[in-house]
Design a protein around this ligand. Sequence first.
Ligand code: NAD
Ligand code: ZN
Length: 369
Amino acid sequence: MSIRIFISPAKYVQGKNAIKDIGEYVKVLGEQAVVIADETVWEIAGNDVVEQLKQENIKTEEVLFNGEASKTEIQRIAEIAKKENASVVIGVGGGKTLDTAKAVSDEVQGYTVIVPTTASTDAPTSALSVVYSDEGTFENYRFYNKNPDLVVVDTKIIAGAPQRFLASGIADALATWVEARSVINAGGKAMAGGITTIAGQAIAEKCEETLFQYAHLAYESNKAKSVTPALEAVVEANTLLSGLGFESGGLAAAHAIHNGFTALKGEIHHLTHGEKVAFGTLVQLALENHSIDEIERYLELYISLDLPVTLEDIKLKDVSREDILKVAEAATIETETIHEAFDITAEEVVDAVFAADQYAKAYKEKRNK
Ligand SMILES: NC(=O)c1ccc[n+]([C@@H]2O[C@H](COP(=O)([O-])OP(=O)(O)OC[C@H]3O[C@@H](n4cnc5c(N)ncnc54)[C@H](O)[C@@H]3O)[C@@H](O)[C@H]2O)c1
Ligand SMILES: [Zn+2]
């Protein structure tokens, strides 16, 4: 019999100025923390987090993240954490910083605290990291025996981040239901290791519903740097609903295709995770049997959020079939999530990539008439 599995972080806190209370939440976990953030994020939030921790007499070691969630970076910071005897590892920043913090925490068997400063991915809540080479090519998913112990999302900080990050998180979150639905239909396994629970399914569906209702308003709120109910709803969808929804709901083709794209060199590397996932989602929709209305519903939302929908938009205007075959081969390696929902070859993925591109071009033309 198939086993249903649902996993989640122990505590999720979200709201305007939420980091003001972080010391209180952390002090029940431990007294010695390592805080990891990159240069930009130290200024935006890292120093404030440390100040709050100090007020609760929590000792901190501050670490500058070098930008890639790679084995070398994880090892480097784990050595620091060991030397400091840290029992709490706190990651402050974007997805790569958070993934590194989770890995460091696993190395020292500590408590994991996650402070996302953008709602750009659904990395904050999951019990896994996406590990890359030092050059930024996808290497593997690294799984942990527990999810983060605490996630603190300060929506004032998120509202101050560039809107492109929020749009990227929306794209990552829009993939959640598309992928979970296909895994559920195929009886495949989710990242959590079992088939999808009713809870996992409900959360993934609610994620999608919330985004179609509020994504656009949230994007505009972000441009105005304003925290609004729409922004709060979308931050929760991008972070909590998408996080639980993908991990216990299922990943399928969209993310496998994203991972395949990281194997290509060139300008595509300047795109965010969510932007590549947006295109991957359109490719997955093209692999499935959907009506034109359904596909155009997604295209319209992506375009209204300034997200990429064509190969040209993801900086692959004149890409060759051979290069897309490389992407498709990487997306269909035996361990990839695409096989949880599809019985498929790399050639079929190549066709879907070019078809998705063409659907989007045709829609843009129709829209501009
Ligand atoms: N573990 C998971 O479950 C999971 C899920 C989804 C994505 N991911 C991973 O997450 C990574 C992508 O994360 P990302 O898109 O956040 O990018 P990122 O972590 O590469 O970069 C984020 C950038 O935003 C900047 N930044 C952060 N907060 C800011 C703010 N408030 N204002 C201005 N700048 C700010 C940072 O300095 C950094 O340059 C990928 O490696 C992806 O594989 C992991
Ligand atoms: Zn993702």
